[in-house]
Design a protein. Structure first.
Lengths: 116, 111
């Protein structure tokens, strides 16, 4: 177990709806990254939060947004859901201070989102 | 752009040695990670290389050549439980520990 917990574990939504996914990072970690993993693919980087500020973003549209709270937990929000948003959403937490550090990222179990 | 390539599938038998290759072309480089992912589970960290050379960790070793944009993961004394997807990932320098993943290599170990 990594100490990173995500909720819910599974979710079914209808196209056009909005969804919020949650992640509690490992104790002491100040950075949270979100990834989307389609079936048979590697995880794709969505964005990262460091000390409550967005600290990098992948190639995802603005309808993917996020938050990080003072306790370093995080939310991923997706508006106007599309069928292609169906995927496993992974949260990873790490302790970052300097980019050069070997800061291993610990992944949560993921939320399986199905859009119908 | 960012491009990470690894074979889609590999098969091997128990007790054997298997090498999973990864080539990468990225605009920046600040380390290469290997993760193991069993079906339906989260990726788990296996190894990290930032300097050229071999890092050994029990049955698993990882090699990096930055000049060639190449890494491999070596698994020795294969066990059935090693059947999983193996993900190669490069850390982007511009965004902390954000990782660019390859599509993963599905390894099937048979008896």
């Amino acid at each position: 177990e990594t100490g990173v917990t995500q909720s819910p574990t599974h979710l079914i939504k209808t196209r056009g709806q909005q969804v919020t996914l949650r992640c509690s990072s490992q104790s002491g970690h100040n950075t949270v990254s979100w990834y989307q993993q389609a079936l048979g693919q590697g995880p794709q980087f969505i964005f990262q939060y460091y000390r409550e500020e967005e600290n990098g973003r992948g190639n995802f549209p603005p309808r993917f947004s996020g938050l990080q709270f003072p306790n370093y937990s995080s939310e991923l929000n997706v508006n106007a859901l599309e069928l292609d948003d169906s995927a496993l959403y992974l949260c990873a937490s790490s302790l970052d201070g300097q980019v050069s550090m070997n800061t291993e990222a610990f992944f949560g179990q993921g939320t399986r989102l199905t859009v119908v | 752009g960012q491009n990470i390539d690894q074979p889609t599938e590999m098969t091997a038998t128990e007790g054997a040695i298997v090498q999973i290759n990864c080539t990468y072309q990225t605009s920046g480089f600040n380390g290469l990670f290997w993760y193991q992912q069993h079906a339906g589970e989260a990726p788990t960290f296996l190894s990290y290389n930032v300097l050229d050379g071999l890092e050994e960790k029990g049955r698993f070793s990882s090699f990096l050549s930055r000049s060639k944009g190449y890494s491999y993961l070596l698994l020795k004394e294969l066990q059935m439980k090693d059947s999983a997807s193996y993900l190669c990932a490069v850390r982007k320098t511009q965004a902390g520990t954000a990782l660019i993943f390859g599509k993963g290599t599905t390894l099937s170990v048979s008896s």
